[in-house]
Every structure is written in C-alpha cells, then in structure tokens.
Design a protein around this ligand. Structure first.
Ligand code: GRF
Length: 193
C-alpha cells in the first residue's frame, strides 16, 4: 500500500509514520506533501529518502478550490492508496474529503469527541480533565468527528502546563499513529484500537 503524508509543520508524526513502514509492514511512504515551503518536516522527509512536494497555501490565498486542485494534482501523480494528515493545519472541503473518504486518516491531540478543534491541551487543563490524549480517526466532512480508529490516554498532572501536557500527548501520538496505520493498511481496522 502507498501512503501519502500531508504536513504543515515540524512533521514529527510524519517521521514516526515513515520510520514505522519497514520490513513486513504492508505500506510504504510514497510522498510527503507540505502546504508550507518552510515546514520543518520537509528536510526530515528528504533525509528519510521520501519524495517531497510543496503546495504553498500562500500561492492560493483565498482560493481553497485552487489550493485543493493543486493538492489533488500532486497526489494524483504519487498514486497513494492511503492519505495520512499529520499536523496538517488546513480544513479540507467536503468535495476533497469525498474523493478520499474511507482512505484518509488524521491524528487529533485530544480524546475525541472531547475538544474538537484547536488549543486542545489548554482546554483540557482549563476543564480540569484528569486524563487527556490523542485520537486517530477517519476524516469525514465533520471536523474532527470521523470514525475513531484508535486512542491513547495520558494522565493530566497537577503541575502540567500546556507545553508539558502537549509533550506527553505528542509522545503517544508517535506511538499510536504508526500502530493504527499498520492495522489499517492490513485491512484490520474496524473500531477504536
Ligand atoms: C501536534 O500538536 C500534533 O498534536 C498535531 O499537530 C501538531 C504538530 O505535529 N497532530 P507534527 O510534529 O507536525 O507531526
């Protein structure tokens, strides 16, 4: 199976995914696609020997259709079977999602359905949550609301700040996403793992 990974930033989840696809893993990375030419993940992907493409969102400011058409053209060339959104910070249109529904995964830094959207760690702290975590889900038209494929939980500690909690969650993301992708690529993902 061919996996394309979409990133916007540091790409730490992308690195974890790429490094997991070895040996008898049924998938291999075919493309890392960044929407920002300055994304830190670009150099990491190149160092890992994965083909990289950039579709700069600034070239399509205010034109989501044009931006998504460029994404689709770039993806078309790479012929992925699965798309992994990994720190990808754009909201994709229903039309784009419909073309990939059932084959596009995302990782979200909360225990969905809690804390959809942004600033999840600060919100979990503010809510006094005793635990927090991350979720891998199929991408659907409803933001951060698709079928859950796996979750990982972490405790919230009294002395936590956004940063310490985010770091604890991110470490779990790097474990959860590769595990879910392998099951999904083997066609064994049904419900929350
Ligand atoms: C992280 O906060 C992660 O929770 C979310 O995107 C952010 C950046 O991830 N998925 P990455 O380092 O670019 O993978």
């Amino acid at each position: 199976r061919r996996v394309a990974i979409l990133i916007s930033g540091s790409g730490s989840n992308m690195v974890a995914l790429v490094e997991s696809m070895t040996g008898d893993h049924p998938a291999r990375p075919c493309l890392v696609l960044a929407d920002d030419p300055h994304a830190g993940g670009i150099a990491k992907a190149r160092a890992l020997g994965v083909p990289v493409a950039v579709v700069d969102r600034r070239d399509h400011a205010g034109d989501r259709a044009g931006f998504e058409a460029a994404l689709l053209d770039t993806l078309e060339a790479a012929q992925p079977d699965i798309i992994c959104l990994a720190g990808f910070m754009r909201i994709l249109s229903p039309g784009f999602i419909r073309q990939w529904e059932g084959r596009m995964l995302n990782i979200h830094p909360s225990l969905l359905p809690k804390f959809r959207g942004l600033d999840t760690h600060a919100r979990a702290l503010a809510a006094g949550e005793a635990e927090h975590g991350c979720t891998v889900h199929l991408v659907t038209e409803d933001l951060d609301a698709g079928p859950v494929l796996g979750q990982a939980r972490v405790p919230v500690l009294a002395e936590d700040t956004d940063a310490t909690l985010a770091a604890r969650v991110l470490a779990q993301e790097h474990r959860l996403y590769p595990a879910v992708l392998e099951r999904f690529a083997r066609g064994r993902c049904t419900g929350p793992g």
